[in-house]
Write a protein that binds this ligand. Structure first.
Ligand SMILES: Cc1cc2nc3c(=O)[nH]c(=O)nc-3n(C[C@H](O)[C@H](O)[C@H](O)COP(=O)(O)OP(=O)(O)OC[C@H]3O[C@@H](n4cnc5c(N)ncnc54)[C@H](O)[C@@H]3O)c2cc1C
Length: 453
């Protein structure tokens, strides 16, 4: 009897890039052409751009956790765990399953889409005292944390404690940080009505960024509109400022101010997943250097994309330009890389990825928004419709669309109950714990594992 050995395609990461890739492979490849496997720690694709709305309670966590198993063509073997190293010479990916067991997964083609982690700097106290806005657990944790600050301040007789619990600091004036600060400020603004013992004037949100402008991608006029909205709502926006040191009860800014606070949210950019460093290959600012076909030069069958890879931006006429780390690119790269994987299997020509940026949408909570779809500058309700319409249509399943739409309607009619769930009250709360950044192997450890079989 002949044994047919099908090539094995291993996709790492079930985010925007990985899921689009897997779905396309499932649709376009016959079951006899290849075996598909997906390594992912979670059984959902997280719709990250709506994370600030989970933190602020506009959406429930489940509504943006889009099921990986709800698809008619679904036939991929899902390996529950995280890739902790890749040996591209031996074509082995080392995976730590959610049980803790470490296994070697052999592959013929690998698609690396593990996304990014919060980028941090060597600032004293940052690693222990800051929280990010990159995972569902972080968003849920921050929501509980902010509500608990109101609860504790309300019960406290100590003025100094009240003051520190009612100040909140967000670092990062990109869209993630600005949306986070704006949405959470709305949360505390709306919640204060339920805390008659608290003085609303004591609640203070700070948004700081070392850059001279808020969301420079929006352009000068729209960026200024966003700044005006934030300041009108009482958010203290400081540009050209960062953090000198962070402690459990206060944060020192680089301009010398010391802010008493128990809440430091760090959204100052992203860095490629630590998985990329385990390859020992060339990188561009930490992202894997790939060709415009999203291939790793010199290694057949290795593809990388999304936030983890520096994919040349062929739509820009600028030498060395790479695609920005956005969902907009990651989704399209996911589809495109699947076509290139199929082309390489069938001995056809691969094509370069080219996509002209469609712009940016920024939901600041309530009726406040600024958006720039296709270069058109929008503010207020039209910008909000563009933002919500874009995200809603980008959600992958109809069930997720229904959940998000229902949440939006419910929240606008009934508001928030500001319930602190307490599910995560005892869980570790540092960036490292939420993003598992210390789980990875060194190239040397990977080589030894692979040699050991
Ligand atoms: C708060 C926020 C707001 C944003 N708003 C926008 C926006 O409005 N518009 C926009 O275009 N972009 C936005 N982005 C950026 C966008 O979300 C990212 O660029 C996009 O998610 C990148 O897609 P990806 O597939 O590369 O990574 P991700 O979507 O992050 O997916 C990576 C996946 O890999 C998994 N993973 C990680 N490590 C491993 C491992 N070792 N092994 C296996 N799996 C692993 C992760 O769990 C995750 O599921 C926002 C990001 C944030 C944080």
């Amino acid at each position: 009897m002949d044994i047919v050995v099908r090539p094995k395609i291993l996709v790492v990461g079930a985010g925007f890039a990985g899921v689009e890739c897997v779905r396309r492979l499932e649709r376009k490849l016959g079951p006899d052409e290849a075996d598909l496997a997906l390594v992912t720690p979670f059984s959902y694709q997280l719709y990250l751009p709506l994370l600030p709305q989970v933190a602020s309670g506009v959406l429930t966590p489940q509504s943006i956790a889009v099921s990986l198993r709800r698809s008619r063509k679904y036939r991929t073997r899902i390996i529950p765990g995280g890739a902790i190293g890749v040996d591209v010479k031996a074509k082995v990916c080392v995976v730590r399953k959610i049980t803790g067991e470490v296994v070697n997964e052999r592959y013929d083609q690998i698609v690396l889409a593990p996304g990014s982690v919060t980028r941090t700097f060597d600032i004293p106290g940052l690693a222990d005292n800051a929280r990010g806005m990159k995972t569902l657990a972080e968003a849920a944790y921050i929501r509980d944390h902010v509500i608990s600050q109101l609860d504790i301040a309300d019960a406290s007789q100590d003025e100094a404690e009240r003051a520190s619990r009612l100040q909140f600091v967000v670092v990062g004036g990109g869209y993630a940080g600005t949306e986070t600060a704006a949405c959470l400020q709305r949360l505390t603004h709306n919640a204060i009505k339920r805390y008659p013992r608290l003085d609303p004037k004591q609640i203070k949100w700070h948004l700081i960024d070392i850059a001279p402008k808020l969301m420079p991608e929006l352009g000068d006029k729209l960026g200024r509109s966003a700044l005006d909205i934030m300041r009108r709502r009482g958010v203290d926006v400081s540009l050209g400022v960062s953090i000198d040191k962070a402690g459990p009860e206060e944060v020192t800014f680089t301009d010398g101010r010391v802010i008493p606070t128990r809440t430091l949210i760090w959204t100052a950019g992203v860095a490629a997943s630590p998985l990329i460093a385990t390859l020992g290959a060339e990188t561009v600012k930490g992202r894997l250097a790939v060709t415009s076909e999203m291939c790793l030069p010199g290694h057949d069958g290795v593809f990388a994309l999304g936030d983890a890879a520096a994919v040349p931006d062929e739509a820009k006429d600028v030498e060395g330009a790479v695609c920005p780390p956005t969902a907009q690119h990651a989704m399209r790269q996911g589809k495109h890389v699947a076509d290139n994987v199929i082309a390489s299997l069938r001995g056809q020509r691969m094509t370069p990825y080219i996509h002209k940026d469609l712009g940016l949408v920024v939901d600041l909570g309530g009726l406040d928004a600024v958006s720039k779809p296709l270069g058109v500058e929008l503010r207020g309700v039209p910008a909000l419709i563009a933002a919500r319409g874009y995200h809603w249509s980008a959600l992958r399943t109809n069930v997720a669309k229904a959940r998000v739409a229902t949440n939006w309607v419910l929240n606008s009619l009934a508001g928030d109950d500001f319930v602190r769930t307490g599910f995560q009250a005892r869980t570790p709360a540092t960036l490292r714990d939420f993003e598992y950044t210390n789980a990875y192997l060194t190239p040397e450890q990977i080589r030894k594992r692979v040699e050991a079989g």
